[in-house]
Design a protein around this ligand. Structure first.
Ligand code: BTN
Length: 245
């Protein structure tokens, strides 16, 4: 992995998108502050000096059909990084990591497609030393500092994340999906009643698990079904709004 650091950027994802042609495969761009941090579904991603913000640019050997698995791989790498710090977490399909049911990170995958898939950008924001969050998200967001009372060296955490990512990614490239085992064993949604928006359609069911292809498997009123992506909302729980981040 090659590291590129900027004290401030509009967004590490946007930077990778603009510069992908001249940047090498496996370049990691990180910054202390983003002026236009992007979240999923067109939302903004706010940060403060406690946040760890980076994007990994991938250009080689990209198999389009296996791309959705990569956000699961990023979440699994974070799970392992937190485990090394003795912070138990759970992975909420498809791309959130929760500590004590609160979101500690965000993952935004973006692609550059011309005739084929030219580049993939894996953008990751981790709440590390953040002391507080804006009112509208403070019920559902947390940081490693708020969970442990300890401050973390962000660069060390980043390097540990990268070492987990590289191992999982090299297995993935060889067709060995180690990250799926981690995910399946530490999945937050298993057994939960959820509803989700799947391409504009509302679907409900109990989560049975995660399949080898990374899809979420559910049991609904009409039987078993699976979804490839979607915004999951928990039913009958005060975390019903947990995806509004
Ligand atoms: C989410 O909505 O949960 C995804 C948030 C992703 C935020 C990260 S921070 C680094 C990278 N650059 C961005 O602009 N967004 C991602």
């Amino acid at each position: 992995m090659k590291y590129l650091f900027f004290p401030s950027l509009d967004s590490t994802n946007s930077y990778c998108k603009r510069e992908y042609e001249r940047l090498d495969d496996s370049t990691l761009v990180y910054t202390y502050h983003q002026t236009q941090g992007k979240g999923r579904l067109g939302r903004r991603w706010e940060d403060d000096e406690g946040s760890l913000l980076f994007s990994i640019l991938l250009k080689k050997d990209l198999a389009e059909e296996r791309v959705p698995l990569l956000s699961l791989l990023c979440s699994s790498a974070l799970f392992l990084t937190l485990r090394d710090e003795n912070i138990p977490s759970l992975i909420k399909w498809p791309n959130d990591v929760l500590v004590e049911e609160k979101k500690v990170s965000g993952i935004l995958l973006e692609s550059v497609i011309s005739e084929r898939l030219d580049a993939l950008i894996l953008g990751i924001g981790i709440n590390v030393n953040n002391e507080k969050f804006p009112d509208d998200i403070k019920e559902k967001a947390t940081s490693l500092f708020l969970q442990t009372g300890k401050r973390f060296d962000k660069k060390r955490l980043l390097e540990n994340y990268v070492s987990h990512f590289e191992k999982l990614y090299s297995d993935y490239q060889r067709g060995k999906d180690t990250f799926l085992t981690i995910l399946k064993e530490n999945s937050y949604l298993d057994g939960k009643q959820v509803s989700l928006n799947y391409y504009g359609e509302n679907k409900e069911g109990v989560v049975l698990g995660i399949k080898e292809n990374g899809n979420l498997l559910l049991k609904g009123k009409k039987g078993i079904f699976e979804v490839q992506s979607g915004e999951v909302t928990l039913e009958n729980s005060y975390h019903k709004r947990s995806n509004a981040l």
